[in-house]
Write a protein that binds this ligand. Structure first.
Ligand code: PEP
Length: 249
């Protein structure tokens, strides 16, 4: 049975003291759903977040990493460095990484390989832009993002991969894909995986939806059969809102 997962992407928000405050608020909350819960603070706060949450049901994950183990890559952080501060899961391919840091499918394929080689789990993000949806090309775009970055992998790798469909036009805009739009795309993603690796593999992969998920819309989106959870930006910065989403399953 594939897992329900709700992951909070804090992006470049929260300094150390804000991180400590938000974590202490998160620790007061109760998980009443079957969702696995994750938060992704900035690199500098991974270690204190891990220390504060290591005995809890909230996993601390990273927002990005480099593909190399170490070396002359000023400003970058590797999988082994993340693992050394307790991180076992990394978000890769977020649309902000693709847009502002020119991350391509080819680069992301290398990052995915490095994470898997280090026994880490990957939350792999992808999604179409508004113009692409308006042109009716959303499936073509999403299909090629998945194929280019992941289809060199063996079927067994998908035990360690979580997919996150995040239509770029819905991220941080307040505009959400309708539950039907999300379901249609998630069903297409699962079929794309099934065509390549077989239904057994595809049925086990958790596919998260991301894009302006809030307490008010989470339940309806999560009620769709191929939506296995959410990647949450803005609403993950408030403990009450984040847990309303966690417990929407
Ligand atoms: C995100 O950053 O992954 C995201 C989905 O952001 P928001 O929930 O704010 O749209």
């Amino acid at each position: 049975m594939r897992k329900h997962i709700v992951a909070g992407n804090w992006k470049m928000n929260n300094d150390l003291s804000m991180t400590e405050t938000l974590i202490s608020e998160l620790k007061k909350q109760t998980i009443t759903s079957d969702a696995e819960v994750m938060i992704a603070p900035v690199f500098t706060n991974l270690w204190p977040a891990y220390q504060a949450l290591k005995d809890s049901d909230i996993e601390v994950v990273a927002q990005n990493m480099h593909f190399a183990e170490s070396g002359a890559y000023t400003g970058e952080v590797s999988a082994t460095m993340l693992k050394s501060v307790g991180v076992k899961t990394v978000i890769l391919g977020h649309s902000e990484r693709r847009e502002y840091f020119n991350e391509t499918d080819e680069l992301l394929a290398k990052k995915v390989d490095a994470a898997l080689a280090n026994d880490m789990r990957v939350i792999f993000c992808f999604g179409e832009e508004l113009a692409e949806r308006k042109a009716g090309k959303e499936q073509e775009v999403v299909g090629s993002q998945i194929a280019n970055a992941l289809f060199h992998l063996d079927a067994s790798a998908f035990k360690h991969i979580i997919l996150a469909y995040e239509p770029v036009w819905a991220i941080g805009t307040g505009e959400t894909a309708s539950p039907e739009q999300a379901q249609d795309m998630h069903a297409f993603i699962r079929k794309t995986l099934a065509d390549k690796y077989g239904a057994e593999v595809a049925d086990e992969v958790s596919i998260l939806y991301g894009g302006s998920v809030k307490p008010a819309n989470a339940q309806e989106i999560f009620s769709k059969p191929d939506v296995d959870g959410g990647l949450i930006g803005g609403a993950s910065l408030k403990a009450d809102d984040f847990f309303a989403i966690v417990n929407a399953f």
